[in-house]
Design a protein around this ligand. Structure first.
Ligand SMILES: Nc1ncnc2c1ncn2[C@@H]1O[C@H](COP(=O)(O)OP(=O)(O)OP(=O)(O)O)[C@@H](O)[C@H]1O
Ligand SMILES: [Mg+2]
Length: 494
């Protein structure tokens, strides 16, 4: 296996798509999307992929891996062939939808038809759509297998298979399904594995399904992108919720994702945030597909500001405007941390990630830092005064943009009258008080979650290669129904 390393920082563009032997139709699609220059992983993998090599592509979150496999995949589609020619497998339904949308855009000018198939959606509707001859199928493993067994997906002409979030797909929860799918696809195929994380033990599983794979890794000092500022807050379990609301008030994120460890946690935090006046909703694997899609749609549109989620939303989702990620519960393994915080700081944008750690979980924090090669800065919970100050700043920003962008002549007379009777500072202070969301102390219910099983805290920060404890994944996942092995060692739903 050849290994290629490119040393480049994050999304810093390297070159032009025009130099990569891409057809004029696809170049036109890329222009329409607004991609002007390649990202490092695109620059490095597209030429290999066009030559037909199997590839393991690894680059940080939010650096354009979808187009890195999507562009050559579309290029290899023959629009005249009515059969399915490529399969992209993704771990969650939402990601399958998102990837299919991006492939649709990339393949627009080539008329490459794309269809997403995933669990939770009416199968007969999918069967009808499959009869319209899509060339590329993007799906979740369980539903893909279902179609393969029903023979509603025919695999004879498939020449390319992509595992997006490959390390997740080759992990315990999905590996059996993946093996079954791959054993049904013709051997003469190109296999592409992409992810931001690729632990060695998983990489060797992947290589079993590949021929002479090229490993292309965009090498960076840290596993996470430099635009994400990373903090941790040492906090007792029972203080977490108030700490979260203080942070939301103080930092006023544009959009925020709060990750919780279990489904119950997500439900309770989302409910509690709503009670306290935030527009928040939860997403996890126990919700109906319709609900999952509507929550995500509202979050993308901005009618929800805070999305509370299990790891079902940790991988691959690309939602612009996510400025903050809060880990209400520290994730069990470093890979999960990397993907969760990677929902912000995408495509060169800035982001902030804050992880709550209860004192007994400090060992987990250190393991994450060793793996990512990045220290998190310690932060304190904002004080009440700081939270109010943060809210006031938000109001001031709004007032200033209202002055800039509106004709206020209809409001002048009443304002002048008010100012005749009161001094200006009193009038503005009263209005500020009305507009500022003052900290709310309505009681809420957040059940106690025991900390992760004790792991000895390593005092020293070790940054040497190969000295990482790696995944501590004791998670069983099947068919997108995610369940986490809890501290009690019984399986509980996430
Ligand atoms: N060449 C490019 N120029 C500008 N923007 C790009 C380019 N390629 C991708 N993007 C944008 O960057 C964002 C992140 O891309 P993408 O979702 O493919 O990242 P990723 O590497 O797959 O991340 P993750 O590891 O989280 O799945 C998307 O909004 C995408 O449209
Ligand atoms: Mg991706």
């Amino acid at each position: 296996m050849r290994v290629f390393f490119v040393k480049r920082r994050s999304l810093k563009a390297l070159g032009k798509f025009e130099d990569l032997q891409i057809s004029s139709a696809t170049l036109k699609s890329l222009k329409r999307i607004g991609f002007e220059e390649t990202t490092p992983i695109q620059e490095m993998t597209i030429p290999f992929s066009l030559q037909g090599f199997d590839i393991i592509g690894q680059a940080q979150t939010g650096t354009g891996k979808t187009a890195a496999f999507g562009i050559p995949l579309v290029e290899r589609i023959n629009p005249k062939n009515k059969n399915i020619q490529a399969l992209v497998i993704a771990p969650t339904r939402e990601l399958a939808i998102q990837v299919s949308e991006e492939l649709y855009k990339i393949g627009y000018e080539k008329h490459a038809r794309v269809l997403a198939v995933f669990g939770g959606q009416d199968i007969s509707r999918q069967i009808r759509a499959l009869k319209k001859n899509p060339a590329i199928i993007v799906g979740t493993p369980g539903r893909l297998l279902d179609h393969i067994k029903r023979r509603t997906i025919k695999l004879n002409d498939i020449h390319t298979v992509v595992l997006d979030e490959a390390d997740e797909m080759l992990n315990m929860g999905f590996i059996d399904d993946i093996e079954e799918i791959l054993s049904s696809v013709p051997d003469e195929r190109q296999t592409l594995l992409f992810s931001a994380t690729m632990p060695n033990r998983i990489k060797s599983i992947g290589e079993r399904f590949m021929k002479d794979p090229q490993h292309v890794k965009v090498k960076a000092k840290e596993m996470t992108v430099p635009q994400i500022e990373q903090y941790f807050i040492k906090v007792d379990e029972r203080e977490k919720f108030d700490a979260l609301t203080r942070l939301l008030d103080y930092q006023s994120p544009e959009l925020a994702i709060v990750f919780g460890r279990t489904k119950r946690r997500v439900d309770e935090v989302a409910e509690a945030l709503s009670i306290r006046g935030y527009t928040a909703e939860g997403i996890h694997g126990d919700l109906s597909q319709g609900k999952r899609m509507s929550v995500l749609r509202k979050f993308k549109e901005g009618s929800i500001d805070v999305l509370v989620a299990t790891d079902v939303a940790a991988r691959g989702l690309d939602i612009s405007g996510v400025t903050h990620v809060y880990n209400f519960d520290i994730p069990q393994d470093p890979e999960s941390y990397v993907h969760r915080i990677g929902r912000t700081g995408r495509a060169g944008k800035q982001g902030i990630a804050i992880t709550f750690v209860v004192p007994r979980e400090m060992g987990y924090l250190r393991t994450v830092e060793e793996t990512t090669k990045k220290r998190m800065k310690r932060m304190q919970v904002p004080t009440l005064a700081e939270a109010i100050e943060g809210q006031q700043k938000l109001v001031i920003d709004k007032v200033e943009s209202t002055i800039d962008e509106n004709d206020l002549s209809l409001y002048r007379k009443a304002s002048e009258q008010l100012l005749d009777e009161h001094d200006a500072t009193s009038v503005i202070s009263a209005m500020m008080k009305m507009l500022v969301k003052e900290p709310d102390t309505t009681p809420v219910k957040i059940s106690y979650e025991a900390p992760l099983p004790a792991r000895k805290e390593k005092k020293k920060f070790i940054s040497k290669k190969g000295n990482r404890s790696g995944g501590h994944r004791d998670i069983k996942r099947r068919n997108n129904q995610r369940s986490g092995k809890q501290q009690s060692r019984s399986y509980k739903k996430r």
